[in-house]
Design a protein around this ligand. Structure first.
Ligand code: FAD
Ligand code: DHB
Length: 389
């Protein structure tokens, strides 16, 4: 088989890239290790920046998002019973849209299918060849048979556990990593959200987040220990703990119900440099991970896709390689700023096992400062709604 861009990974970054490329006549094939149902069953991000919304519009798959997504103009932060709102709309005249990653992925799959795009599911043993030469190719197995795709470029969109990052030799690749000493226990429940905006809560018992997918579907998270498993938490214990971490007035009106999904995610910051090696480009979680506080993972995957799509478009349309040559530096400049924000927001809201009484006072002083200082809120709002591409 031959294509222009071989895309490894059928998560949001691979699908969005493939769909955008097809709008300008660039051919691609997507290779996905799992089944479509498996990919759609993963409950992940829920908050979309305007930049991602704009790309979904450009890709021709934003109709359902506009019909069903909820625009949020601000968010609440709390510490103990102190609560304040950061007004994104008032501060930076921008908003975010609450619409699940699952739905984004479903819309992208539908669009690829409508356009006759090629997605090969359940591939095994994907290998990258000749990325640093002129004629790269990808090999994989499917149903026990070996296959080969010759291509001009390879986009490594295969997430944290993929093969693409590893294909860059260690003599070239450098990874910067920070592991946080806690995780997030997340619960999805068919209950109305406790509030019409998100609540990020710092409490003596640890962080909590009240989020949602729609008016009847809530997503809640609590900071937990890395040694715990979802089975350690009954629904009743989860709700009890959540109530103890959010402001009393919110706890009083929280509607609880059976969980329909419960999982634990570890928190990690990771950046791989460079994001390009020859004809291989890394996009999204294949190149970097952020802790989830602030909802930047999916959005940063999308900003990589933006830079790569623009670079490939100029390359094929105008024979101009400047965009693909600048891809790694341009993407990384934004990635590091997002890493900073996610690290800062995580540090502000979680309890760390080695936190001293002084460290705790600093956290509260920073929250007090953010509460009362418009310049600090402005900086937060600019980052939360999404830095410019
Ligand atoms: P992925 O979504 O990981 O997609 C990569 C795809 O590649 C997968 O479908 C995988 O099956 C496939 N793949 C892997 N290896 C291979 C291979 N060898 N060959 C072929 N295919 C392969 N972000 C937020 O903003 N907010 C959140 O609340 C949030 N929660 C999260 C919870 C969890 C448990 C996780 C893991 C992530 C969460 N994220 C969150 C991060 C966000 O979901 C990711 O940043 C986003 O999915 C990145 O998209 P991606 O397409 O780059 O990678
Ligand atoms: C969600 C996750 C986040 O990490 C976040 O900051 C906001 C919302 C969510 O899953 O809804």
């Amino acid at each position: 088989m031959k294509t222009q861009v071989a895309i490894i990974g059928g998560g949001p970054s691979g699908l969005l890239l493939s769909q955008l490329l097809s709008t300008v006549g660039i051919d691609s094939v997507v290779l996905e290790r799992k089944t479509k149902d498996y990919v759609l069953g993963r409950i992940r991000a829920g908050v979309l920046e305007q930049g991602l919304v704009g790309m979904l519009e450009e890709a021709g798959c934003a109709d359902r998002l506009h019909a069903e997504g909820h625009v949020h103009d601000g968010a609440l932060l709390s510490y103990g019973d102190e609560t304040f709102r950061v007004d994104f709309k008032g501060l930076v005249d921008a908003s975010v849209v609450v619409y699940g990653q699952t739905e984004v992925t479903r819309d992208l799959y539908d669009a690829r299918e409508r356009a006759g795009g090629e997605i090969v599911f359940e591939v095994e043993n994907v290998q990258i060849h000749g990325a640093d030469e002129d004629a790269p190719f990808v090999t994989y197995d499917k149903d026990g048979e070996a296959h080969r795709i010759d291509c001009d470029f390879i986009a490594g969109c295969d997430g944290f556990h993929g093969v693409s990052r590893q294909a860059i030799p260690l003599s070239v690749r450098r990874e910067y990593e920070k592991i946080y000493p806690f995780g997030w226990l997340g619960v999805l429940s068919e209950t109305p959200p406790v509030h019409d905006e998100l609540i990020y809560a710092n409490s003596e018992r640890g962080f909590a987040l009240c989020s949602m997918r729609n008016d009847h579907l809530s997503r809640y998270y609590i900071q937990c220990s890395l040694s715990e498993t979802p089975a350690d938490w009954t629904d009743a214990a989860f709700w009890e703990e959540l109530k103890r971490r959010i402001p009393t007035d919110m706890a009083a009106k929280l509607v609880t119900g059976p969980s329909i999904e419960k999982s634990i995610a570890p928190l990690r910051s990771l950046v791989t440099e460079p994001m390009r090696w020859g004809r291989l480009f890394l996009c999204g979680d294949a190149a970097h991970i952020v802790p989830p506080t602030g909802a930047k993972g999916l959005n940063t995957a999308a900003s990589d896709v933006h830079y790569l799509f623009q670079g490939l478009k100029s390359y094929y349309r105008d024979k101009d390689p400047a965009g693909i040559d600048g891809y790694s530096a341009n993407a990384l400049r934004r990635v590091w700023k997002v890493e900073r924000f996610s690290w800062w927001f995580s540090s502000l809201l979680h309890r760390y096992p080695d936190q001293s009484p002084f460290d705790l006072k600093m956290q509260i002083a920073e929250l007090d400062f953010l509460r009362s200082n418009e310049a600090a809120q402005l900086a937060m709002a600019q980052n939360y709604v999404g830095l410019p591409y």
